[in-house]
Design a protein around this ligand. Structure first.
Ligand SMILES: [Zn+2]
Length: 241
């Protein structure tokens, strides 16, 4: 069918629209973030059922409309991610994960690795509520920065290349900085540094925990990087959880 798109998608956001419709933001592997309208989705006997609620992983058929919005023609469930809906903490972590993806990847550029990361994160949150801890959320964000091409430099000073005495972080410089380059930097403790390095290199399911102070510094490094290099403000995470 011309003008139609068959795709897997994760529902990032679902907004009531008009009398009985919904507008959904979907994240897809090959078409990035797309917006779509689901007509009649809020009617009691809607053929969509609950499948256009946030976090649903669906197989969808979308029809290209005249404006920016697609029209949802059909939606089948791949995973409802039901278990993550049972706890406030996992619901909240899932919402923050979807929000971060939505803000950092708002175009139709294909990022299949981002789709896989998000699907994996939602599955993890459903499998064990312990994954809702801030260290997991920060590691996800760091991996999203990597996918966006703006992962901060961690191996050597981003300003001069020095390999030791890396005691600061500067988003403007592009990563960690050494003690002689830290003019515009904030102090980054050894534990925070080790957490960032581990979070980049470890699968989401095995991200190590860290002290609250270390997580706050790591969050600051991640948030300032997103702001400086992608002009994206991420929702607070460590303090909020
Ligand atoms: Zn330096």
């Amino acid at each position: 069918m011309p003008g139609s798109l068959k795709t897997e998608a994760i529902v990032l956001r679902s907004i009531r629209y008009g009398e009985a419709d919904r507008i959904v933001h979907l994240y897809t592997p090959w078409h990035g973030r797309v917006g779509a309208i689901a007509r009649g989705a809020r009617r009691a006997r809607s053929r969509f059922g609950a499948r256009l609620e946030p976090f649903f992983h669906i197989r969808a058929v979308l029809h290209e409309g005249r404006g920016d919005l697609y029209t949802v023609t059909s939606a089948d469930t791949i995973s409802a991610h039901g278990p993550l809906r049972e706890h406030a903490t996992t619901l909240d972590a899932a919402a923050r994960a979807c929000d971060a993806v939505s803000r950092l990847f708002e175009t139709s550029d294909p990022h299949p690795e981002v789709f896989r990361l998000l699907a994996n994160e939602l599955t993890l949150l459903g499998s064990d509520a312990a994954h809702a801890r801030p260290s997991n959320g920060l590691a996800l964000r760091l991996k999203l920065l990597l996918a966006a091409g703006i992962l901060p430099q961690l191996a050597t000073c981003a300003a001069c290349g020095e390999q030791e005495h890396l005691g600061g972080f500067s988003a403007a410089a592009g990563g960690v900085v050494c003690n002689s380059c830290e003019a515009a930097a904030f102090p980054l403790g050894e534990e925070s540094y080790q957490f960032l390095v581990a979070a980049v290199g470890t699968p989401l399911a095995q991200v190590p925990d860290a002290s609250e102070l270390a997580l706050r510094q790591a969050e600051r490094a991640i948030s300032e990087t997103a702001e400086h290099h992608a002009h994206v403000r991420l929702r607070p995470l460590v303090r909020a959880m």
